[in-house]
Structures are given as structure tokens and as C-alpha cells.
Design a binder for this molecule. Structure first.
Ligand code: FES
Length: 321
């Protein structure tokens, strides 16, 4: 469990493309917990009936300990989190924050690194680029957006000492200027690492293409901000072994919700299988994984499940709860 902090929003910078850059610090200016590139914060959004946790990647330079920065896209299709951040994020406001946590670790020993950010997926890539530059590593950052006019962080990138490592790709430009994975991905090699973050379609395209080109799954690192998860399916039973309870998970229900109604609480944050907060040990039965959080190896092992969205292939699933 991460420590909870109360951080003050000190700056709100409007970026193009409905994105805001937010800077947080402690009220007394004291140093913040150290972070590594790829880390994210869990931010609590509370406003009347609204009571949500949302995850945002840090985009700031990890060597700076007096503040954290995140970027947030206002997404009308989101489930309320991004709209709430844009509404609530006024300088001086204090937010409850957990973390930083990092499920998207940068391999600082790689001989070659390619960062691929789509839209708001650029945020963790900025922190990674800063770190790779500081280490003197070989890297390229491909940044894909719909057009130059709605591309956030351009001024920040232009002023960075690693600006010449960034290749912009705009969808409204001629084909030669768009990201072409056959041209822009390096050949697979043991010391080459790819990092991808952005909308699900962009990520699925990059990951599938890279793996088909021979990049090992373990060398294609990914961070999903959100996922279109289908949590529905046929009913099954869940036994919470330590609690001595059995519940039925209906076609539109989730394991976490069914257990909560019976009094067994599993902490849940993103509710769409991307943050890992709800991961629970499986003692028996076969999970039907619907999340984007567990690795392929973890899914095959079948000893863990994201209880916010995944289901069961077997009639019964026994959990260590
Ligand atoms: S709550 Fe985020 S993965 Fe389940």
C-alpha cells in the first residue's frame, strides 16, 4: 500500500489539445518521495457525489524532488475523471494523492531505446526522455498526434536539450511524415527496448507490429491509460476462502462488486483493468483475464486476477480473501 499525501496544486498550464499540465508540491515545500521514469500518481477526485481515484503518469524530470507534474487530457468520452480534473484543478487546491508507483519501469541499461507516445501517452515518455538524456543513452522519441495545432508540450520539448531526439508525426500531414513502423522501428536486438503509451488502438497497432517484426514481448513495454474492457459474461461462483463466503457473479456483475455486497472489500481504483490495484491471488479455478495490467506470463500462470473486470473460465474461482 502506498503512502497517502496531501499535495497542493501550485501551477496549472493550459496546453494545446484540451490538455492541462499540473504541478503539485507539498504545502511546506519539503522534498517529495523519489520517483523513477514511468511512475504514476493515484489522485483522488472528490466533489459532491463524485468519489473517484484516477491514475496519471508523471511527466516531470525525476531528478527534481520539490514537485511532480502530470498532464491531463479532457476526454468527453471518459467516465468522468478527466472532466473532474479539469474542473477541480485550480491553483491552491489540495488533492489526496497516493504513490508514486511504477508499473512501467525504464531499463536504463538498454543499448537502444525507442519511445512511442500517442496523444496524451506522451507524458511518461517525457520523463523517460529526460532520464535517458541525463544518462547519455541512445534513444528516439516518436510523438504522434492528430495535428501540430493540438500537440501539447511542444514548447517544453523545443526547449529541452534532447529536442533533436524527438520526431513528430501528425495525422493530417502527408504519409511520409506519419509514423511508419516498418521504417521507424529499429530491428529487433537483445539490447533494444520499445516503450509505448497512448490510446488503445495506437498501442495495439504498435505492439502487434513490433512483435510480428521479431521484438520479444518482454522488450515491448506498455502502459495503458484506459481500456475498453468487456466485463460481461456468463455467471460463475467465487469462493472467498479465508472469509468462508461464496458469491455468485452475474452476467453484468464483477467479482469486486459481488464480493463487496457480501462484505468482502477489494480495493478498486481504475475499474477497467489498467492500474493493478485490485489484483487478487487465485487459489483454484481458471481466470478469464479481461485486464491490460497482468503480463502474458502472469496470465498464463493463472495465480492472479484483476477482480474489477476479469471473470472465470471455470464454474468456480477460489480467491485468497
Ligand atoms: S481497479 Fe485498476 S486494475 Fe482493477
Amino acid at each position: 500500500m502506498s503512502d497517502t499525501m496531501h499535495l497542493t496544486l501550485t501551477d496549472r498550464i493550459e496546453e494545446p489539445g484540451n490538455i492541462i499540465r499540473l504541478r503539485f508540491a507539498r504545502a511546506d515545500g519539503a522534498a517529495l518521495p523519489p520517483v523513477t521514469p514511468g511512475a504514476h500518481l493515484d489522485i483522488h477526485l472528490s466533489d459532491g457525489p463524485l468519489d473517484l481515484w484516477r491514475q496519471y503518469s508523471l511527466c516531470s524530470d525525476c531528478s527534481q524532488t520539490d514537485h511532480y507534474e502530470i498532464g491531463v487530457l479532457r476526454d468527453p468520452k471518459s467516465r468522468g475523471g478527466s472532466e473532474a480534473v479539469h474542473r477541480l484543478a485550480q491553483p491552491g487546491t489540495v488533492f489526496k494523492v497516493e504513490g508514486p508507483r511504477n508499473h512501467f519501469l525504464l531499463d536504463e541499461t538498454a543499448s537502444r531505446t525507442v519511445l512511442l507516445g500517442g496523444g496524451i501517452g506522451i507524458t511518461p515518455m517525457l520523463a523517460m526522455a529526460q532520464r535517458l538524456h541525463a544518462l547519455g543513452r541512445d534513444f528516439t522519441l516518436h510523438y504522434c498526434t492528430r495535428s501540430a495545432e493540438i500537440t501539447a508540450f511542444r514548447q517544453l520539448i523545443a526547449a529541452a536539450p534532447w529536442a533533436d531526439r524527438v520526431v513528430f508525426h501528425f495525422d493530417d500531414q502527408p504519409d511520409a511524415q506519419r509514423l511508419d513502423l516498418a521504417r521507424d522501428l529499429p530491428p529487433p536486438a537483445p539490447g533494444t527496448r520499445l516503450y509505448v503509451c497512448g490510446p488503445q488502438g495506437f498501442m495495439d497497432w504498435v505492439i502487434t507490429t513490433a512483435e510480428a517484426a521479431g521484438h520479444q514481448t518482454a522488450n515491448v513495454h506498455r502502459e495503458y491509460f484506459s481500456a475498453d474492457v468487456d466485463t460481461t459474461g456468463t455467471s460463475f461462483e467465487v469462493i472467498a476462502k479465508r472469509s468462508g463466503l461464496t458469491v455468485t457473479v452475474g452476467p453484468d456483475d464483477t467479482i469486486a462488486k459481488a464480493l463487496a455486497r457480501a462484505g468482502v472489500k477489494i480495493e478498486v481504483k481504475c475499474e477497467e483493468g489498467v492500474c493493478g490495484t485490485c489484483v487478487t491471488d487465485v487459489l483454484d479455478g481458471t481466470p478469464d483475464h479481461r485486464d491490460k495490467f497482468l503480463t502474458e506470463d502472469e496470465r498464463e500462470e493463472g495465480t492472479m486476477i484483476c477482480a474489477c473486470c476479469s471473470r472465470a473460465c471455470t464454474k468456480t474461482l477460489v480467491l485468497d480473501l
